[in-house]
Design a protein around this ligand. Structure first.
Ligand SMILES: NC(=O)c1ccc[n+]([C@@H]2O[C@H](COP(=O)([O-])OP(=O)(O)OC[C@H]3O[C@@H](n4cnc5c(N)ncnc54)[C@H](O)[C@@H]3O)[C@@H](O)[C@H]2O)c1
Length: 259
């Protein structure tokens, strides 16, 4: 399976815990040099140290910053290129989900979700793509979408719109920039057990296992495996695609009764 990440330079956003952390860990274990971004610098540092300690090498460096901040994103990509001479892999993972009924959704909350999930991912991909074209790195850009970008989920109207937007962005960029050797793909996790989602309902894991065809909620490692495949040489002909990692949930999409 995925190999050939030695010497690859990667950036993963929103990676102090959860899915992003698992992606950083998997990339670093396969030999990549990874910048692990999180809005919480201390958390990013802890996470990077944990992975480096496991590997026994300094392959992961921490970065603190808000991916809704476009100048910050541009400076971060420029720093990586200055330090390593290139960027091969960019994972726009940072995303926030604010639950609210549509009728009660506040403009401030809407703007926040758009700023991180859609605007931040858009300009991160732009900064990375510019650097990949300049350095001719045949790069890989992955957007972290969601099953909520394909299926209707009550309470996630704004979030779902951003995640659907990322799926279309993936398709558009694959056309617009395909000739540069960059592939653009999205990964759409279903219910995945992370530090955050565990707190969503009292029995998150069991509630979702009951309605997912594989009878289990996903893990961050399930999502990381899909990301690594799409970033591998083996996936060089796959672009503009959204890969669902949801145990088949999006085929029928029943919600647990608790929702
Ligand atoms: N967990 C799931 O069930 C699930 C399902 C579908 C999609 N997703 C998507 O996967 C991605 C990761 O999900 P998760 O559950 O692992 O995330 P999470 O909510 O656990 O957050 C991971 C990290 O992102 C950081 N973060 C938040 N906003 C940020 C910002 N503006 N800039 C930088 N860092 C920021 C947080 O500090 C946190 O450490 C998100 O885009 C999410 O929408 C998750």
């Amino acid at each position: 399976m995925p190999s050939g990440f030695a010497g690859k330079v990667a950036l993963v956003t929103g990676a102090g815990v959860g899915i992003g952390f698992a992606i950083c860990r998997a990339l670093a274990l396969e030999g990549a040099l990874v910048t692990l971004n999180d809005i919480d610098l201390a958390l990013a540092q802890q996470a990077a140290e944990k992975i480096n300690a496991e590997i026994g090498e300094q392959r992961v460096q921490a970065h603190g910053g808000d991916t809704a901040d476009v100048p910050m994103i541009r400076a971060l990509v420029a720093d990586i290129v200055e330090q390593h001479g290139k960027i091969d892999i960019c994972i726009a993972n940072a995303g926030i989900s604010l639950f609210s009924t549509f009728l009660n959704f506040e403009p401030e909350s809407f703007d926040k979700v758009i700023a991180v999930n859609l605007r931040g991912s858009f300009f991160l991909a732009q900064a990375a793509a510019r650097a990949m074209i300049e350095k001719q790195t045949n790069g890989r850009i992955i957007f972290m979408s969601s099953v909520a970008g394909t299926q209707a989920v009550p309470g996630l109207s704004a979030y779902g719109a951003t995640k659907a937007g990322l799926q279309l962005l993936t398709r558009t960029l694959s056309l617009e920039l395909g000739s540069h050797g960059i592939t653009f793909n999205a990964v759409a996790p279903g219910a995945t057990v992370t530090e955050r989602t565990r707190l969503e309902t009292a029995n998150y894991e069991q509630d979702w296992a009951a309605v997912i065809p594989t009878h289990r909620a996903g893990t961050p490692e399930d999502v990381a495996a899909a990301v690594l495949f799409l970033c591998s040489e083996a996936a060089r002909q796959i672009t503009g695609h959204t890969l669902m990692v949801d145990g088949g949930w999006s085929r029928t999409s029943p919600m647990p009764p608790v929702y």
